[in-house]
Ligand binder design. Structure first.
Ligand code: ADP
Length: 294
């Protein structure tokens, strides 16, 4: 499946990760926020591309309705880790994980879990805006249509999704125009609207502003802050200022090099963003955030 296809599949109208209803206990149906539990619990995670171990020993919790930033030098495994959260890496031949990721109390990689459902529940927004070659309206309506969302309620859903993505006022008079007529920043907000339209609970963002100018970047950052009232957001960013501005928690990863010269991503430090940036516990974090490394 291409990135584009996964993006539209990336959330759900259903409640569980499996199409087999008995897998989902009633308790898991209650909003996780009521239970004060992490959305994701990652334990001893190793990730392999074939025989190459790209990340190792990652243990961390992702908390509901927060923005969690993954930062670190290029190649340390940030995107790989992000893609583990909605099983996007499953699409790469030979890729596999060891360890465990629990999503709302359910093993995300369990044998009965349907990865397509996972990608519907856990949406993804990519580095480069990737609208479909369709109208603005049809970009947002595409996922819900595939999921069988009622036709007579579609216009309302499209409007709501575009409003949530802070784009409605700019596009409400040109919904039938091509998505490509929009600016880069607008296209990225359209991709966010498209992800929202299929009712995800989590939105993963892989450097969503790196192709945008500073004004469009601020707009997306403001939008992320608004969205976290409803969604749990995990963002990969190479921009430390952005992590400091928008995130509640930050994970700093780096690449360890073994005696054979093989690099492997490790999680160095994970804390509330203000603490990590002001009083980092690990010298490697301090060196990175002060610009002495990376
Ligand atoms: P980051 O997002 O921190 O820049 P990545 O997660 O993209 O890092 O990459 C981590 C490591 O995994 C790098 O060494 C990269 O070359 C490798 N890698 C990434 N994608 C693939 C892939 N599809 N196949 C093999 N190796 C990959």
């Amino acid at each position: 499946m291409s990135n584009d296809t996964a993006a539209i599949d990336s959330s759900a109208l259903t409640t569980g990760l499996s199409r087999k209803p008995q897998v989902i206990a009633a308790e898991a149906e209650r909003p996780v926020e009521d239970r004060g539990e992490p959305v994701f619990s990652v334990k001893d995670l190793d990730f392999y591309y074939g025989s190459y171990r790209a990340i190792r020993d990652v243990t961390m919790d992702i908390w509901p309705r927060e923005i969690t930033a993954l930062i670190g030098p290029s190649g340390c495994g940030k995107s790989t880790l992000l893609r583990c959260f909605n099983r996007m890496n499953d699409l790469i031949p030979g890729a596999h994980i060891e360890g465990q990721i629990m999503f709302r109390g359910e093993d995300l990689y369990g044998s009965r879990v349907d990865p397509i459902e996972v990608r519907r529940r856990i949406g993804m927004v990519f580095q480069k805006p990737n609208p479909f070659p369709k109208t603005i309206y049809d970009n947002v309506a595409f996922g819900p249509r595939v999921n069988g969302f009622p036709r007579n309620e579609m216009a309302d859903l499209v409007e709501l999704s575009l409003r949530r993505a802070a784009l409605w006022d700019e596009v409400k008079d040109k919904l039938k125009q091509s998505a490509f007529s929009l600016s880069g920043g607008q296209q990225q907000r359209l991709c966010i609207a498209r992800a929202i339209a299929v009712k995800p609970s989590v939105i993963l963002m892989d450097e969503p502003c790196s192709a945008l100018d500073p004004i469009a970047t601020i707009r997306i950052e403001e939008l992320m802050t608004e969205l976290k009232d409803t969604y749990t957001i995990v963002i990969v960013t190479h921009n430390m200022q952005q992590a400091a501005r928008v995130s509640d928690r930050t994970a700093f990863l780096t690449a360890d090099v073994d005696d054979k010269g093989i690099r492997c991503g490790v999680l160095v430090e994970y804390d509330r963003t203000d603490k990590l940036f002001t009083t980092p516990k690990d010298k490697r974090t301090d060196d990175y955030i002060t610009g002495r490394f990376g």
